[in-house]
Design a protein around this ligand. Structure first.
Ligand SMILES: [Zn+2]
Length: 144
C-alpha cells in the first residue's frame, strides 16, 4: 500500500531529523486508510527515549506515545507508522529496526548527513512482515 504524504508534512519530518542530527530522531505518522492508500494527515515529532544515541536505537518516549494516542482519538485518525532517522547511515532497516518492528505499521527511514534540510540524503518506507523475512519497500507518493 503506498504511503501518501504532502510536501508540507514531509518537510516537518525533514526539519525534525535535521534538527536532532547527529542523533537519531523519531516520530509518528497518523492518518487514514483510503482505499489502497495510506494517507498521512498528521506528523507527531517525538522524543527519542535514548536521546543522545547516534546509532541505532529509537523508542518513542512513553509520554509521547500517550499524546499520539490522544491525538488519534481526538482527530479520529490512526497511527499509520513511525519515522526515524539514520544519521550518516543509509535508509535501510537495521537488525534492531527489524527486531523492534510491528508488522502492521509503516516505517519511514530518513538518511541524513547534517543539520540542514538539504542534508537529507534519502527517504525510504518499509513494511516489516515479521522478524524473519526481508523488509518490503512501500512506495511514498508526495503530494502538493
Ligand atoms: Zn533504524
Amino acid at each position: 500500500m503506498p504511503l501518501i504524504i504532502s510536501k508540507e508534512n514531509l518537510t516537518i519530518i525533514k526539519k525534525h531529523v535535521a534538527e536532532i542530527f547527529p542523533y537519531e530522531a523519531c516520530g509518528a505518522m497518523l492518518g487514514i486508510f483510503d482505499g489502497d492508500n495510506k494517507k498521512i494527515t498528521k506528523i507527531f515529532p517525538a522524543q527519542n527515549k535514548y536521546r543522545k544515541i547516534a546509532w541505532d536505537a529509537f523508542e518513542i518516549e512513553p509520554k509521547d506515545m500517550l499524546e499520539i494516542d490522544k491525538l488519534s482519538r481526538k482527530e479520529n485518525i490512526e497511527v499509520i507508522g513511525f519515522y526515524h532517522s539514520h544519521p550518516n547511515h543509509p535508509a535501510v532497516p537495521s537488525n534492531t529496526d527489524i527486531g523492534a518492528s510491528w508488522p502492521y505499521y509503516s516505517y519511514t527511514i530518513v538518511s541524513i548527513k547534517g543539520n540542514k534540510l538539504e542534508d537529507v540524503a534519502d527517504i525510504k518506507n518499509y513494511l516489516m512482515p515479521d522478524k524473519i523475512n526481508k523488509p518490503i519497500i512501500e512506495e511514498i507518493i508526495i503530494t502538493e
